[in-house]
Ligand binder design. Structure first.
Ligand code: H2B
Length: 97
């Protein structure tokens, strides 16, 4: 499989500047965000929409949900860091949140 290109530092910084909710993980290989919903129904409804995107895009979030709180980590395992796939997923997530 061809290696997926990692974002340049400038592309990564542009992404983070566009979406203040997202922060760079300490190792620089992922971006993370936390979401608070009204209740579990709202959180899981949102997760379902992201899951459908993930299935279609063949790009999957790492996430952790407790009731109405959701933490999402975006990274591209096949790139060993951030790629355009993470940027596209962040754009999608921010468009539906
Ligand atoms: N999701 C994420 N986040 N990173 C990947 O590298 C990745 C993925 N690779 N989903 C995909 C699936 C790959 O394993 C399949 C075979 O296309």
């Amino acid at each position: 499989m061809a290696t997926i290109a990692r974002l340049t530092d400038a592309e990564r910084d542009d992404l983070l500047a566009q979406f203040p909710r997202w922060t760079l993980r300490a190792d620089g290989a992922a971006i993370e965000a936390e979401f608070k919903f009204a209740d579990f129904n709202a959180a899981f409804g949102f997760m379902t929409r992201v899951a459908l995107y993930a299935d279609k895009a063949d790009h999957h979030p790492e996430w952790f949900n407790v009731y109405a709180t959701l933490r999402i980590t975006l990274t591209t395992h096949d790139a060993g860091g951030l790629s355009a796939r993470d940027a596209a997923m962040a754009v999608f997530i921010e468009s539906i949140v």
